[in-house]
Design a protein. Sequence first.
Length: 232
Amino acid sequence: MSDNYITQQKKIIQQVKDNIYQGQSQLSILEMRSDYENDDAICLASLTFPPKDITQTISKEIITPLQSLDSHHFYYSSECLHITIKSIRTVHNPPLFKNEDVVKVHELFTQIVPKFQSFTFSLEGLILFPTSVSLTGYCDETLKKLVQALDLGLREIGVPDNKKYISNTVFFGNMTLCRFTDEPSALFQNKVKELENIYIGEMRVTEISLVICNAVCHPKTKKVIGTYKLSQ
């Protein structure tokens, strides 16, 4: 893995944490909801799903210990867990995209994704966001090149990504594990701090799916438009 790009990713993550701590987050933060499962605001995004061994480790090492401290938040089941590769349209009701947009994006992904090599996320470290907890994925510059190619393509077809990012050149994997229904307890926050540098393992990304779903990718709302294989 390219150490240089991982160093850049670590700097950006530190910047994200500093901004959150100072209450100046420049990212698109999803507002807290009382019911994520039945939330009918939907998004259009490209996601990759972790294999069973990774979801089991995440559940055992992180989700179960946090759930035992604060059970009323929304915790991701193994079927909801994912890493967003490229957001296209953020969650909204009514949706911020039309059927013809979905068709155009599907065609774009069919053309672009197979041109890129499969790559690996090293899943390690938690981030406590204002309304959620996420596991970080570090990887090489394949992600950057892929995201930038998709970004350019999305603008060219008139369906640009409407999400705010801290950087346009440094991207990292972000797997949300828990979304808050209210302010997390001090015990919960301390546990996140304790697990801040946890190492989960490596996750190989061989395919990417274009998905319509709600904020937590709940199966009730999830519709896979297409799955595109990266080259091996």
